[in-house]
Structure formats: structure tokens, C-alpha cells
Ligand binder design. Structure first.
Ligand code: PLP
Length: 457
């Protein structure tokens, strides 16, 4: 065991970077439930999924047996441009808090897209290119996924059509320009360019859109255009698989100094960064080799794990996507205008949902104003301006460190710092001007959305 002081940043050599992704499902005794065809209620077959998604990604989606899947060399080379991401020992934060806890964060904001989403975008673009496709379609809410995918598509010379939730399109014009810089076309959703968009506009004139609507439009365009497939930036098993690079790097860095975390914390929107961060640790837990406390943090305004139900539901508002069994608030639930756009999704990855249901991880929800208080504190102490989504994890990491201060316990806390917040300054502005509110759905509102869940027997 090394005794030297742990550096502020633990980096890995190129040769120490992961060569395979890790598929947690392979080690789960009870597997996540399969995707169902909404018409037949039968498990989706590879051929059916192949109409929407790239073939190799379909294979990854359905594979719950293979623990390690090799990362193709082209993707590893791209990773080398911005990875390994640093694992930072938050010495300054520890000191400021006066806690005996040891705090580490894995920072994924060190690339132009500003978040972890590039880890999966580059993989999905690679497989689309390998299949000889012309391009891909997708949706983006806050804009991080669309940006990441635009970068990945331009790298492989693929066309990229992004449907951007209308309110973000209007509020974040610079995000849109970053995507256009990388050659993507960006359409505000709902739009007049698709059947589902026109239908939603007719039913809800003046709507500023939602992620669920944008997904429906992107799928419609992919299915209707020759040489195009649809790609998704979170929720799916394949995305968690690609994001396992975060956790594998984190574990390799910790292992270099024989550090064993007690608590691992991540924000959870669709579950991809958290699923990736925890993967090798959860693997050890599933195989009975080690134990960790794992905490998913979600916004109080969109509490799918903490207040949702575990049921089959649609992944999108237009009900064109397969049904997934997940913790969900109901695809009809439209979360209030929380500023953490990346966490405004009604459901949760089916893998994380199953792990949560088995009691292998915990979940908690936090209020928006408490999140921004933590974000600002962190920015001032550690220097990084965090994304609102990431700041959910910061909030809970600080709370856990403060508990250690009370008890005197020297726990090791690791959290995922998924991205930077430069495009979220309107949210910071609201916070500074005291204009930020906390909207928490009532039980009645949640019950109303739940009543519309599809009936599966
Ligand atoms: C998209 C996003 C998230 C949430 O997505 P997950 O799939 O739950 O990881 C969190 N943080 C940032 C910065 C994001 O862009």
C-alpha cells in the first residue's frame, strides 16, 4: 500500500485506460426486464429494434450476458483526445467544510460538449458509420447530448439531425450554434416537419416542448429516411455500457493508491452517468466481493426513483418507442421548468431501476435552490463552475461530508461531476436574483400521470 500523499489529481497513463467496457447486467442474477413491443406486448426482437437503432448497438442493448465488450480502437483513439478525465481529490472542499471525510470527484466536463455524453456519442456515431449509414437523428433537451453527438458525427463524417426542445432552443442559442459549428442541423421541437410534431402542436398550441416530444419526432424522421437511424443519449443499456468508461477509470485511479470508497454518489436523469460511474463497483457488489453505499440523486421536481412506480411505460410522449420497465412518473408527466434540463426525464434506466428495486442502491431527491447553493459554494471553493445537473451530486456529497463532521467518521466519498455550467448562466442568474423557486409535484399530480400508464399483464 502506498503511503505518499494522494495527489490533487489522479491521472491514468494512456496504457492504463480501459480497453473494454463493462456490462453490469452480466453479473446481475435477476436481469432488467426486456423492452416490449407496444403493439404485441412481446419482447422486442433484434430485427424490430434494427429499424430504429444501429445493428451493433441493438446487439449491445440486448446482451445481458457478456461482461466485457472490447472498445474498438477508433473509439479508444478518440477517447485519448479528452480522456482519461481527472479524478480530483477535493482537498479545498474538505478543508472549507472542516470534514474528516475524504472527497473525490470524477470530472467529465473537460471537453467542448462540456459533459460525459461524448463518451457514448462517439461510440454510437462509430457504429452508425461502420454500418455504412448516412446519418443519425436525435433529440436534445438542455443541449449537452446534441452537442456531443454533433462533435462525434463530424469526426466520422455523418449527417446529424437534432430536434431540440423548443424552450431550450430559444433560451440557449449558443448551444445551438455550437451544434451548427460541428455541422448538425437543429430543429426546434415540436415542429411542423413531422406528423407527430404537427399533432402535438395541434393539441397543445404554444407548447414549448418536452424531451418526450422531441424523441418522437427524431424517431419518426429516422424511420422514414433511408440510411438514417435514431440514437439516444441516456436511459438505454448501450449508453450505460459506454459510460462504464467513467467508472472503470475511476476504479483504476483509486486502485493505484489502494483507496476504497465508502459512498459513491451521482446525479440521475436517465441514469447513464450514474450507471457508468458505479458499474465496476456495482459489479463487485453483485459478485459479493465488496460493498459500497451507492446514492442516486434526482431533482425533487422530477423524482422518478423516489416517488415513481416500477412499471412498464413509454419512453416518449408520442408513444412510438418500445415500452421499458422502469421507475417512472408516467410518460404523460411534464416536469416543471427545473433548470437542470438533463434531469427532466419521466423514467429511469431499466438497469438502475432493477438494481434500486433489489435494494442494491439508494436514491434521494433534492430541491433546486439547495442544489444551486451547493453549486455556487463548490465553484468558489474548487474553482469549477458545475452544471446544474452535476450539482445535485455535489449537494449530497457535501451533506454526507457534513454528517462525517458530526460523527467524526473518515469516510471516503466519490461523486460524479458530470459537466460544466457555462450554458446555464440564466439559471445561475435566477438563483442570484432570488427568483428561483422550488416546484415539487403534489401526490395528486403524480397519481394523475400514473393513471395513464399502459396496462401490461
Ligand atoms: C445529461 C446530463 C446528465 C443526466 O443524464 P444521465 O443520463 O442521467 O447521466 C447529468 N449531467 C449532465 C452534465 C448532463 O449533461
Amino acid at each position: 500500500m502506498k503511503t505518499e500523499k494522494i495527489p490533487y489529481k489522479i491521472y491514468l497513463e494512456e496504457s492504463e485506460m480501459p480497453k473494454s467496457w463493462y456490462n453490469m447486467r452480466a453479473d446481475m442474477k435477476k436481469k432488467p426486464a426486456p423492452l416490449l413491443n407496444p403493439a404485441t406486448k412481446e419482447p422486442m426482437k433484434a430485427e424490430e429494434l434494427g429499424a430504429v437503432f444501429c445493428d451493433e448497438l441493438v446487439a449491445q442493448e440486448l446482451d445481458d450476458k457478456t461482461p466485457y465488450i472490447e472498445i474498438p480502437e477508433e473509439i479508444r483513439n478518440f477517447y485519448k483526445m479528452y480522456r482519461p478525465s481527472p479524478l480530483v481529490r477535493a482537498y479545498c472542499l474538505e478543508e472549507k467544510l472542516g470534514t474528516p471525510a475524504k472527497i473525490y470527484y470524477k470530472f467529465e466536463g473537460n471537453n467542448t460538449s462540456g459533459s460525459h455524453k461524448l463518451n457514448s456519442a462517439i461510440a454510437q456515431a462509430y457504429y452508425a458509420k461502420k454500418q455504412g449509414l448516412k446519418g443519425v437523428t436525435t433529440e436534445t433537451g438542455a443541449g449537452q447530448w446534441g452537442t456531443a453527438l454533433s462533435m462525434a458525427c463530424s469526426y466520422f463524417g455523418l449527417d446529424c439531425k437534432v430536434f431540440m426542445v423548443k424552450c431550450s432552443y430559444e433560451q440557449k442559442p449558443f448551444r445551438r450554434e455550437v451544434m451548427r459549428t460541428y455541422g448538425a442541423s437543429v430543429t426546434p421541437s415540436p415542429s411542423e416537419t413531422t406528423n407527430v410534431g404537427r399533432k402535438i402542436l395541434a393539441e397543445h398550441p404554444g407548447t414549448t416542448g418536452s424531451l418526450g416530444c422531441a424523441i418522437s419526432e427524431a424517431v419518426e424522421v429516422a424511420v422514414g429516411s433511408d440510411g438514417y437511424r435514431y440514437v439516444l443519449g441516456s436511459v438505454l443499456n448501450q449508453v450505460l455500457l459506454h459510460q462504464s468508461v467513467i467508472g472503470l477509470e475511476t476504479k483504476a485511479a483509486l486502485d493505484k493508491y489502494s483507496i476504497k470508497p465508502d459512498i459513491i454518489i451521482g446525479c440521475a436523469g436517465g441514469g447513464s452517468n450514474l450507471g457508468g460511474l458505479i458499474s465496476p463497483f456495482m459489479g463487485e457488489k453483485l459478485r459479493g466481493e465488496a460493498d459500497y453505499r451507492i446514492i442516486a440523486v434526482e431533482p425533487a421536481s422530477c423524482p422518478s426513483l423516489t416517488r415513481g412506480v416500477y412499471a412498464y411505460d413509454f419512453c416518449d410522449t408520442g408513444m412510438v418507442c418500445p415500452l421499458a420497465k422502469m421507475y417512472t412518473l408516467g410518460s404523460d408527466f411534464i416536469p416543471s421548468a427545473n433548470h437542470a434540463g438533463g434531469l427532466r426525464y419521466h423514467g429511469m434506466s431499466s438497469t438502475l431501476s432493477e438494481l434500486y428495486d433489489q435494494g442494491l442502491m439508494e436514491a434521494t431527491s433534492v430541491k433546486q435552490t439547495d442544489v444551486f447553493e451547493a453549486a455556487e459554494y463548490f465553484a468558489r471553493v474548487e474553482g469549477i463552475l458545475p452544471a446544474p445537473e452535476s450539482s445535485h451530486a455535489i449537494r449530497v456529497a457535501i451533506d454526507e461530508a457534513l454528517k462525517c463532521k458530526e460523527t467524526g467518521e473518515e469516510k471516503t466519498i466519490v461523486f460524479g461531476l458530470t459537466g460544466t455550467g457555462y450554458f446555464d448562466m440564466v439559471a445561475y442568474e435566477k438563483f442570484h436574483d432570488g427568483e428561483m423557486s422550488d416546484t415539487i409535484p403534489t401526490d395528486e399530480e403524480l397519481a394523475a400521470a400514473r393513471a395513464k400508464l399502459p396496462k401490461i399483464d
